[in-house]
Design a protein around this ligand. Structure first.
Ligand code: BG6
Length: 486
């Protein structure tokens, strides 16, 4: 049997601006919501800061909502990881050269809305556009295809302050303008796009700028995101018919804890939560189970008469997804819990976990690929997968991250099984945080994912020097052999 991935398979790596780019006010960039979140750890959660009317700074935890009218955000004495992050802004040439050395065929990154439109509206910042021109040119110089997430968790602060973020329909037009600007500017440099990162996790002020936690506001905001995404897909195809524009979902498959029908049902409901977002973006319409749920909750989503047609015409070209872990569902609410990516998960007794409690489940990735392909028959792109771990620098300066290699070896084998045995249609694979970036969930640096180490700590101190880890050479060989040798 052929042991290699199909020709042209896009091996690469993935990052996001708010965790990697830095330069938070450089080159005319406007503030975004994520710039107001402090660092954190397991024991001290990340905080949002805001200035009260009498000039004092207060903090709210990330899960709470900000008071309306908060307009000052950055407390001078506190540390905000997005401000420097691991400074791609000043290191992009060096970093892209390292990606090229690993043999990357593609590089996933996000562009910052408020770098291009500082207040999120119709003023365009030429310097911001030029920055991404330089980045894409640098990628193309090495034959690396940029894969661009148009919006990865950040909302221009002005839109959060003035419009209550995605709760307002106005954001659809602002977002479509932003898309038009980047589609036209980069139409000969970028072919692969994704409209929103992990759309199923967009639910708080930090990510979508909404001030309320109430389910009706979230449902309305989600509807606006769907309409915006669908309009962007249609517009992108008009500007360049070769564009491939995908959705992006966090895919955490759930298994029933037992064969008890109640556990199976819990699992179906858990899975519906993400399938809802995929159904709308892949099939172009709301699924019945969600409409019924809104009806039971008394939620009436305000839709314009043309929205049904917009959603239909704006179905995506491919499914991008992140996969880190699986979970289990049970009707037994006393079952043991563990950690998870933006969820609290029940512990699966058959699986080991990372230091952050995320279940390690390579077969779950093959299962996910099969489930998604069975449901939508669309090409897929694994745009995040990886292992957050604490790395140690040895006396001789090396970093021996065998645990990370083990994780990837097993997961890439699962990918190969899905493609070569099951026949799913997969475009590419971009491991998360291919170079160390700030953790999105905890704000830590010590939770590292990269093949490349960056000297930076949890409090923002470090030289930002880059170093190749052992996994760097391992992944390079995987790419060289097109997946044949793991
Ligand atoms: C995904 C996000 O949810 O998981 C990334 O798209 C994030 O932004 C990644 O970094 C890993 O999560 P964490 O919390 O370990 O950084």
């Amino acid at each position: 049997m052929n042991n290699q991935m199909p020709e042209g398979f896009l091996w690469g790596g993935a990052t996001a601006a708010n965790q990697y780019e830095g330069g938070y006010l450089s080159g005319g960039k406007g503030l975004s919501t994520l710039d107001a979140i402090t660092g954190g750890s397991h024991t001290s959660p990340r905080m949002i800061t805001f200035r009260t009317a009498d000039g004092e700074y207060k903090k709210v935890t990330k899960e709470q909502s900000l008071p309306e009218g908060a307009t000052g955000y950055i407390a001078p004495e506190l540390y905000y990881p997005s401000h420097v992050a691991t400074d791609f802004y000043h290191h992009y040439k060096e970093d892209i050269a390292l990606f090229a050395e690993m043999g990357f065929k593609c590089f996933r990154m996000s562009i910052v809305w408020s770098r291009i439109c500082p207040n999120g509206m119709y003023d365009v910042n030429e310097e911001g556009l030029r920055f991404y021109d330089n980045v894409f040119d640098e990628c193309l110089k090495y034959g690396i295809e940029p894969v661009v997430t148009i919006n990865h968790f950040d909302t221009p602060m002005y839109l959060a302050d003035v419009y209550d973020g995605w709760a307002s329909r106005e954001l659809v037009d602002f977002y479509v303008f932003f898309c038009r600007t980047v589609f036209e500017r980069y139409k000969d440099k970028v072919r692969y796009w994704m409209t929103f990162n992990e759309i199923n996790f967009l639910r708080s002020w930090t990510q979508i700028g909404i001030h309320s936690n109430d389910p009706a506001t979230k449902a309305q905001a989600h509807h606006h995101l769907f309409v915006a995404s669908a309009r962007a897909v249609r517009l992108g195809h008009e500007i360049n018919p070769d564009f491939k524009i995908g959705m992006m979902v966090s895919y955490i498959p759930s298994y029933p804890m037992t064969c008890r029908p109640e556990d199976v049902w819990e699992s179906i409901e858990f899975n519906h939560e993400k399938e809802f977002f995929m159904d709308v973006q892949c099939r172009g319409e709301y699924p019945a189970y969600r409409l019924k749920m809104y009806e039971r909750m008394g939620i009436e989503v305000r839709m314009q008469p043309e929205d049904a047609e917009i959603l239909k015409a704006g179905a995506v070209d491919y499914v991008g997804f992140s996969y880190y872990m699986s979970t289990v569902s049970t009707a037994d609410k006393n079952a043991e819990m563990t950690g998870g990516n933006q969820i609290m998960a029940y512990r699966n007794p058959y699986l080991k976990e990372s230091q952050w409690g995320w279940a390690i489940d390579p077969l779950g990735l093959r299962i996910s690929l099969n489930q998604i392909y069975d449901r939508y028959r669309l090409p897929m792109f694994i745009v995040e997968n990886g292992f957050g771990a604490v790395d140690t620098i040895e006396d001789d300066g090396s970093i021996i991250d065998d645990y990370r290699i083990d994780y990837f070896r097993a997961h890439i084998q699962a990918v190969k099984d899905a493609v070569l045995i099951d026949g799913v249609d997969l475009i590419g694979y971009t491991p998360w945080g291919c170079i160390d970036v700030v953790s999105s969930g905890t704000g830590e640096m010590k939770k590292r994912y990269g093949f490349i180490y960056v000297d930076m700590d949890d409090t923002g101190h470090g030289t930002l020097e880059r170093r190749r880890k052992k996994s760097f050479y391992w992944y390079k060989h995987v790419i060289e052999t097109n997946g044949a040798e793991l």
